[in-house]
Design a protein around this ligand. Structure first.
Ligand code: NDP
Length: 681
């Protein structure tokens, strides 16, 4: 008998008490493994996640979590051969497996890098700046995100056993949540292999990753207010979850990615001779055949100008005819098997329904030639292309989760947009056009109904990632029927797991709570210039208040001549006087900032290693000859870098004039040595 897959629950590998259900090889029909959760204690898993995993992850800063994700990604990279071998058994070709396995590991790397670049080395994320709430500035507001204290349950579909798990695990872990992963049973042997490698590496804190191999049992009954479920799969299962008391009564957050009838539109500007025509054909065929069309983002509807419909069908059919179907491990094969015989039956049923509103123009749902595999034993299916009847609804409603697509004709751009919207909300759409006017009109028409829109033409085709590729940095999810989920999208995918709270209080309290200096809170101006302090010695609120300096006309003339910035407002008294904002010669904004640097700098070698930029620079009041300026510089935020001898210090800079008016405000960004011994001084 084949092995019984195990779950990883409450700190140990669990094997069910019964023999379990067989999982069959999609290509040969032979048993690969068995699966069962009989006897699994779901309540103990949830408790373990909340009590052991969550606290361990939340102790780490975002940067520390990101570094662990990177370690996991590097570790998994060593076992790709093992994963690819199992992946063939799901029916996937090498190209399909690349999307799943390398795509999943790549997503981990992407979050590891974003986490360190875009999140603070802290456990809270500030959302925007401080909101002034009172006349005297003693009462302010600040939004911040904290990690929720529950578990992140991830229920995944069968089609991407690796990427499907990692795309959800990475942002949840970065957000500080422990994950309970439940892959679809059909391909769970591959997910189990990956989880086993992660667990045995010991990289992630215990309890931050648990695995259910088999059914979800009473897992949802165990969930409460701080927990979430992110689901990918069929609309019917999504409906069951939406109506579950955990969601309806206990406020469990549910994210759904379900059926999606994605479309690709060929622009009205395109002729068969244009390169865009070929790009459209290639795109549709790729989406029909990669993963044998079992992709949530695959093109189910090809929407083309009426005049080109025949040409499109002819070109698609010619290309589809060249698709070699068979053993995914055979190098000549372009399309492998569906995930199971059951899944093939589902797709055949869907085609029967589609035929009420469309005609098959290519392929036979009941017959396919295969290379290197038994067409009967494996879940093989020919690509099938249909042409929709005018006004038909079935091709907008029925999702055939296989190598199936339907061609629609349209006459006007408005009609193309209306046809796309009949999908009732999709993950991804593409528009193939070289006309910027059409690009704007169609894209803005598609956007409210889609999570992502690709505009493809000869200029971006060479480097385009294609219609069907979700990217970790861009939103993956879609409105309406597609479920409303947003798993990815860079840091958006992380914040999705966190709670945003508005904090109100005095500036000092907001500084203490957020770890970022807030305007109006206490400053510490001491004997030692803060540029002489190492990262270890600097404290939030340390600052200097400079002496004033008078800005003279000679300064302004000199700066203009020296830099070549002879803009009339700095050099031509008459023209400057006519300027309604200035009414006379004013100092260059960059002169003010340069003089401010001269006022706050401590010039000797010391722990400050470099200035790497300024943020949020605003010139607020013009500086005229004879005005005097002074600067207040305050340590706003300190971010040690985990893998370096230095960290980042963000300084709040305010330049004021003799009347106390703010002339310029900005943040100065510097790199500061962690220890005095490492500094240049
Ligand atoms: P399902 O909805 O049947 O299953 C998805 C996941 O939900 C699986 O892990 C499944 O576990 C689990 N599940 C099923 N019932 C429950 C329940 N009552 N409570 C908790 N979890 C449950 O989808 P499939 O993966 O089988 O795919 C079926 C169809 O879904 C496809 O044919 C396609 O139409 C659509 N689909 C859409 C996708 C999209 O993003 N657009 C992606 C993938 C699929 P188990 O496997 O153990 O039953």
């Amino acid at each position: 008998m084949s092995p019984l897959l195990e779950s990883y629950a409450a700190g140990r590998w669990f094997q069910a008490e019964d023999a379990g259900q067989p999982l069959l090889d999609a290509v040969t029909g032979q048993e690969v493994a068995r699966v069962s959760t009989t006897g699994l204690d779901y309540a103990a898993m949830v408790a373990h996640g909340r009590e052991v995993g969550g606290p361990a992850v939340r102790k780490l800063t975002f940067h520390e979590r990101a570094l662990l994700l990177k370690e996991v990604a590097l570790h998994l990279g060593q076992f790709k051969d093992e994963f690819y071998a199992l992946s063939f058994r799901t029916g996937a070709t090498k190209r399909d497996s690349f999307v799943d396995i390398d795509g999943g590991i790549g997503t981990m790397f992407s979050y590891a890098s974003k986490g360190r670049r875009e999140l603070p080395n802290d456990t809270v994320v500030l959302d925007g700046g401080t909101e002034p709430l009172s006349r005297n500035g003693t009462f302010v507001g600040q939004h911040l995100y904290t990690s929720r204290t529950g578990v992140a349950v991830q229920i995944n579909a069968f089609n991407f056993p690796v990427w499907g798990m990692l795309e959800k695990l990475a942002p949840a872990f970065l957000a500080g949540l422990p994950s309970i992963v439940k892959p679809a049973s059909q391909t769970s042997y591959l997910t189990e292999a990956v989880v086993r490698r992660i667990i045995e590496s010991g990289i992630l804190p215990e309890g931050s990753l648990q695995l259910i191999s088999g059914s979800a049992g009473d897992l949802l009954d165990q969930l409460g207010e701080q927990d979430s479920v992110d689901f990918t799969g069929s609309a019917s299962t999504a409906d069951i979850l939406r109506k579950h008391p955990a969601v309806l009564e206990r406020g469990v957050r549910l994210g759904v990615e379900a059926d999606s009838l994605n479309c690709s539109i060929l622009g009205l500007d395109v002729t068969p001779e244009d390169p865009e025509f070929e790009l459209f054909i290639k795109g549709v065929v790729a989406e029909m055949t990669v993963k044998a069309g079992q992709k949530c983002t695959a093109i189910r509807r090809a929407i083309v100008p009426q005049a080109l419909t025949s040409a499109v069908i002819e070109a698609l059919s010619a290309r589809l005819a060249k698709t070699v179907v068979g053993d995914p491990a055979d190098e000549s094969v372009r399309m492998g098997a569906l995930a199971s015989l059951g899944q093939r039956e589902e797709v055949r049923k869907a085609i029967t329904e589609l035929r009420r509103g469309a005609d098959v123009v290519f392929g036979d749902p009941d017959h396919v030639e295969t290379v290197g595999a038994d067409a009967q034993a494996g879940a093989f299916l020919s690509p099938v292309l249909l042409k929709a009847h005018d006004g038909a609804s079935e091709p907008h409603d029925v999702e055939p989760f296989g190598p199936v697509s339907t061609v629609f004709s349209y006459r006007t751009t408005e009609e193309a947009i209306a046809l796309a919207a009949r999908g009732k909300g999709s993950l991804a759409a593409s528009l193939v056009t070289h006309d910027p006017r059409i690009a704007r009109e169609v894209t803005l028409g598609l956007a409210p109904w889609h999570g992502r829109v690709l505009v493809l033409d000869r200029d971006d085709a060479g480097e385009s990632t294609g219609h069907g590729s979700p990217l970790p940095v861009l939103v993956h999810g879609g409105p309406g029927r597609a479920g409303g989920g947003e798993e990815l999208g860079g840091i958006r995918g992380v914040l999705h797991h966190m709670q945003r709270t508005a904090i109100q209080g005095s500036p000092d309290m907001i500084t203490a709570i957020t770890g970022r200096w807030t305007t109006g809170s206490r400053r510490e101006v001491g004997e030692v210039h803060p540029f002489r302090k190492s990262l270890a010695e600097l404290k939030i609120g340390d600052g200097i208040s400079s002496k004033p300096r008078t800005v003279t006309l000679a300064d302004i003339d000199h700066f203009a001549e020296f830099t070549g910035d002879t803009f009339y407002a700095h050099t031509d008294p008459e023209a400057a006087a006519a300027n309604p904002l200035f009414g006379g010669i004013v100092a260059h904004g960059y002169l003010v900032v340069s003089l401010a640097a001269g006022l706050f700098v401590e010039p000797n070698p010391g722990p400050v290693l470099a200035n790497f930029g300024v943020d949020n620079l605003r010139f607020l009041t013009p500086v005229k000859a004879g005005d005097s300026i002074a600067v207040e510089l305050t340590v706003k935020q300190i971010t040690p870098r985990n893998s370096a001898d230095y960290g980042e210090v963000r300084w709040d800079a305010v330049v004021k004039n003799q009347d106390g008016e703010n002339v310029a405000t900005y943040d100065v960004l510097t790199l500061v040595a962690k220890e005095q011994a490492l500094s240049a001084g």
